[in-house]
Design a protein around this ligand. Structure first.
Ligand code: AMP
Ligand code: GLY
Length: 426
C-alpha cells in the first residue's frame, strides 16, 4: 500500500516509524513531515490545512490510504474530501470530528448517551457566565468552546482566576473565535489518563493508554501545553477500569454517533479522569495524542497499518492487538519560552548519540534543516523516548538520551512519570 501521512510532529514521526515496519507498505509519503520523518518517508511540501492541495497530491502519488495526524484537517473535512475523490482516509469525517471540534457538542452526546462527565453550562455572554460563576461553591474549569490547541482551558483554583479567564477569552479575545463561546465545568478530581480506541463506525477496540503531563513545569505546575511528556501503560488504569471506560464512555458515544447518522471512524482519544465514582470523560479528541502516540507506537507489537485497514474495513472485532510488556516513556524537549514565546533557530546536535542509548528512540517535532544543519523551529522540538522492562528503566534510558542532546535553547521536565514512579516532584 502507498500511504500518505499528514502532519509534522513527533506523533507523525512515531506513526511513520511504525508504518515503515509494516509488510503491507510499499511507499510512505508525508506532508509536510520533518527532518526525522524524512529518514523514513518521502516528505512533500504542502500545508496540512490546504485540503484541495492534499487531495491533488494524494491523487498524483497514487495514494491508497491517507493517515491524518492532527485534528485541524479532520474538523475541516479532509476525510470527506478524500472520500469524495475516491481515496481512503483514516480519520473521522467532519460530522464525526465535531467530537473534538466542539466541547458543547461532546457534552450533548454525553447527555444523550448517559456518559459520565463533569456538570457544565455553555455561555456566549460574559455577564451570564459571571452570574453563573457567582452561584458555584467551588471554582470551575473555564474552557473555550472551539479548538484552541490545548490552550483554551483554565483549571481555576479560585473564583477570581475563573473571572480573569472569562474576561480574557470573551472580552480580550485572547483565543479569537475559539473563545467567543465558553463552557464552565465542574472540576473533576482523580488521576488523568488518555485512553485510545480504534473505531470502525460500529465497533470499538481499546488501542492503548498513556498518561500525559500537560503542565509546562515540574510537579505539574504552570500553564498547560500540548504535552511535556507521557508514559504507559498507566498503572492507574487497571484492566477493569479500562473495560468500564470502554463500556460506559467509548461504546455509548460510538452508538450515539451512529444513531445520529454520523458514525465515528478513526482513533477516538478519551481523556478520562479516574474519579472515586469511576472513570469520567474530560474530553474526546479524534486523533492520536502527542506525546501519547510516541509511547503507544513504542509498545505496539501488532502491525499498525493492518490495524488501520481493519478499522476502515469494519473488521476490527477480529483484529488482535498485541502490546509489548515493556513500559515506554517520552520526554519532550521544548524551546526556551514555550508555551508563550518559544525561541527559534538554535542549532541541535547529538541526536545520533541520543538514539544509540539502548531502548531509546528520538522523534522529531519542531525541527528543520537549515544549510545542512538541524535547527529548532517550534515549541515542542523533540520527543526523546525509550522503552524499558520497568517504567524506571525506561525513564533512565530516556533521560540518558536527553542528556546526549546538545541544544542550548532546549529544556525539558525532569520528572516525567513521577506519580507512577512513586517520586516526589523535584
Ligand atoms: P481539555 O482541553 O478539555 O482536555 O482540558 C485540558 C486539561 O485541563 C485536561 O487535560 C485536564 O488536565 C484539565 N481539565 C479539563 N477539564 C477538567 C475538569 N472538568 N476537571 C479537572 N480538570 C480538567
Ligand atoms: N497530549 C494531549 C493531546 O494530544 O491532546
Amino acid at each position: 500500500m502507498r500511504v500518505l501521512v499528514i502532519g509534522s510532529g513527533a506523533r507523525e514521526h512515531a506513526l511513520c516509524w511504525k508504518l515503515a515496519a509494516s509488510p503491507l507498505l510499499t511507499a510512505l509519503c508525508c506532508v509536510p513531515g520533518n527532518p526525522g520523518i524524512a529518514t523514513l518517508a518521502t516528505c512533500l511540501p504542502g500545508s496540512v490545512d490546504d485540503i484541495p492541495g492534499l487531495v491533488a497530491l494524494a491523487r498524483r502519488e497514487a495514494i491508497d490510504l491517507v493517515v491524518v495526524g492532527p485534528e485541524g484537517p479532520l474538523v475541516a473535512g479532509i476525510a470527506d474530501a478524500m472520500q469524495a475523490a475516491g481515496i481512503r482516509c483514516f480519520g473521522p469525517d467532519a460530522a464525526a470530528a465535531r467530537l473534538e471540534g466542539s466541547k458543547s457538542f461532546t457534552k450533548e452526546i454525553c447527555a444523550a448517551a448517559g456518559i459520565p462527565t463533569a456538570a457544565w453550562r455553555r455561555f456566549t455572554d460574559a455577564a451570564a457566565a459571571r452570574a453563573y460563576l457567582a452561584t458555584l461553591r467551588t471554582p470551575p474549569v473555564v474552557k473555550a468552546d472551539g479548538l484552541a490547541a490545548g490552550k483554551g482551558v483554565v483549571v481555576a483554583t479560585t473564583h477570581e482566576e475563573a473571572e480573569v479567564a472569562i474576561a480574557e477569552f470573551m472580552e480580550v479575545g485572547r483565543l479569537g473565535a475559539a473563545g467567543r463561546a465558553l463552557v464552565l465545568e465542574e472540576r473533576l478530581v482523580g488521576e488523568e489518563v488518555s485512553l485510545f480506541a480504534l473505531c470502525d463506525g460500529a465497533h470499538a477496540i481499546a488501542f492503548g493508554a498513556a498518561q500525559d503531563h500537560k503542565a509546562v513545569g515540574e510537579g505539574d505546575t504552570g500553564p498547560n501545553t500540548g504535552g511535556m511528556g507521557a508514559y504507559g501503560p498507566p498503572p492507574a488504569l487497571t484492566s477493569a477500569l479500562e473495560q468500564a471506560a470502554m463500556e460506559r464512555i467509548v461504546r455509548p458515544a460510538l452508538a450515539e454517533m451512529a444513531r445520529r447518522g454520523t458514525p465515528f471512524r478513526g482513533i477516538l482519544f478519551a481523556g478520562l479522569m479516574l474519579t472515586a465514582e469511576g472513570p469520567k470523560l474530560i474530553e474526546f479528541n479524534v486523533r492520536f495524542g502527542d506525546p501519547e502516540c510516541e509511547v503507544l507506537m513504542l509498545r505496539l507489537r501488532s502491525d499498525l497499518l493492518a490495524a488501520l485497514v481493519a478499522a476502515m474495513d469494519g473488521e476490527l472485532l477480529s483484529f488482535d492487538v498485541r502490546w509489548s510488556p515493556d513500559a515506554a516513556i517520552s520526554v519532550v524537549l521544548a524551546a526556551r519560552g514555550y508555551p508563550a514565546r518559544p525561541a527559534s533557530g538554535g542549532v541541535i546536535s547529538g541526536l545520533d548519540a541520543a538514539g544509540a542509548v539502548a531502548g531509546a528512540q528520538v522523534f522529531h517535532a519542531g525541527t528543520a534543516m537549515q544549510d545542512g544543519v538541524l535547527v529548532a523551529r517550534g515549541g515542542r522540538v523533540l520527543a526523546v523516548s525509550a522503552t524499558g522492562t520497568t517504567l524506571a528503566d525506561a525513564a533512565r534510558a530516556a533521560y540518558a538520551a536527553v542528556d546526549r542532546v546538545v541544544w542550548a535553547d532546549g529544556f525539558c521536565r525532569r520528572d516525567i512519570g513521577w506519580r507512577a514512579l512513586g517520586r516526589t516532584p523535584t
